[in-house]
Design a protein around this ligand. Structure first.
Ligand SMILES: Nc1ncnc2c1ncn2[C@@H]1O[C@H](COP(=O)(O)OP(=O)(O)OP(=O)(O)O)[C@@H](O)[C@H]1O
Ligand SMILES: [Mg+2]
Length: 339
């Protein structure tokens, strides 16, 4: 059994896979609404930590999760992922070069960070020949905070990675370059993955909540009413004389601009191809009109990601995939890890 837990700002999701057969099978999954009032890096109050732990305990119980060993993701906004480039050094030389140079790439002291690197590509015939390396760093203190929260309910953390590393595993496809766009409640995460491997990631603080606020302000309605409008009409132009779409468009435009920048930066840094497909995920990808507005703006194929495509789904487990299956792409990617 293998369990992935995604503690988002508005929803907590969990997925358990059984890995006895050749293809992993979905054993159970579940999600609950739970608003983090403080982001986990700043959460100090013992009661707040305990409340979060108890909600996780309830979710795991309701979802009939059996294993006590789980993997977790660190929010992309609290992780530092960078592309490093080296001349054609061997693996060992790269490992020590990463150690020496990491400090220049990340805004946190190396001594306080957990740092990992992965060699992505050896471009031996390029000009100049180079090795592309992905550097990922997170504050050790933050990982310890997660471990502490989960230890309150007797869970053991067996794997930690960033959200986009998980999503690259669940959503990206072999032998293709894709862009993953995860629009959540407070963050939008953007990744470029090539051959199921994360090559580039970025996080911006513009997502579902910003859309709701824009509708509330522009139409002079409450946040609850705005949330309803956003979910019902989204970016479609026809309803309510297009007022909702008009309010959402400037914010959505900012997201699109960041997607463009990401593609441009990725191509400059790695000399890679532009992504052939944009894979949409996260709760806010359910907003009507998102996919077609993206296709129109970027002239690229856009699909809603199905995180369950790589696993066997048993009918009994599928019943709990409400309310919206793309919510599970982080938790599923975590459960697909090797540990
Ligand atoms: N059908 C829908 N249309 C529009 N928005 C939706 C829909 N369903 C859910 N949402 C929005 O999706 C968000 C929750 O999505 P998700 O679970 O991906 O976020 P999160 O992981 O909790 O947040 P974050 O990743 O930003 O920390 C909420 O803002 C919610 O309003
Ligand atoms: Mg999320």
């Amino acid at each position: 059994m293998s369990v992935g837990l995604d503690i988002g700002t508005k929803t907590i999701k969990v997925v358990e896979l059984s890995k006895d057969a050749k293809k992993p099978a979905l054993k159970s999954a579940g999600a609950i609404s739970y608003t983090l009032k403080t982001s986990i890096d700043k959460m100090q109050d013992e009661k707040e930590l305990a409340d979060l732990a108890q909600s996780i305990r309830k979710l795991l119980k309701d979802s009939k999760i059996s294993s006590r060993k789980i993997s977790i993701s660190i929010p992309e906004s609290l992780a530092y992922t960078r592309i490093m480039k080296f001349p054609l050094l061997n693996d060992q030389e790269i490992a020590s070069a990463v150690k020496w140079e990491a400090e220049e790439y990340i805004p946190i002291p190396v001594k306080d960070a957990i740092i990992e690197h992965k060699i992505l590509e050896r471009q031996e015939v390029g000009n100049p020949p180079q090795v592309i390396v992905l550097l990922v760093a997170v504050l050790r203190e933050l990982v310890e905070k997660y471990i502490k929260i989960l230890s309150l309910i007797n869970l053991e953390v067996v794997g930690v990675e960033t959200e986009l590393m998980s999503m690259a595993r669940s959503l990206a496809v072999p032998e293709k370059t894709v862009l993953i766009l995860d629009i959540g409640s407070v963050s939008t995460n953007i990744a470029i993955a090539k051959n199921e491997e994360l090559f580039f990631s970025r996080s911006i603080p513009t997502a579902g909540d910003a859309f709701t606020r824009a509708v509330a302000q522009s139409l002079g309605v409450s946040m609850e009413q705005a949330d309803q409008y956003k979910r019902t009409y989204g970016l479609t132009e026809k309803q309510l004389e297009g007022k909702v779409g008009k309010a959402l468009l400037p914010i959505f435009g900012a997201v699109i601009e960041d997607v463009r920048k990401t593609i441009h930066y990725y191509q400059m840094e790695t000399k890679g191809e532009a992504p052939a497909t944009i894979i949409l995920t996260g709760g806010t990808s359910g907003m009507p009109g998102v996919a077609s507005a993206l296709t129109k703006a970027l002239n690229t194929e856009v699909v809603i990601g199905n995180p369950f495509a790589k696993v066997e789904v048993e009918p009994e487990a599928a019943k709990n995939l409400a309310p919206y299956s793309p919510l599970y792409s982080v938790a599923l990617g975590l459960a697909l890890r090797g540990d």
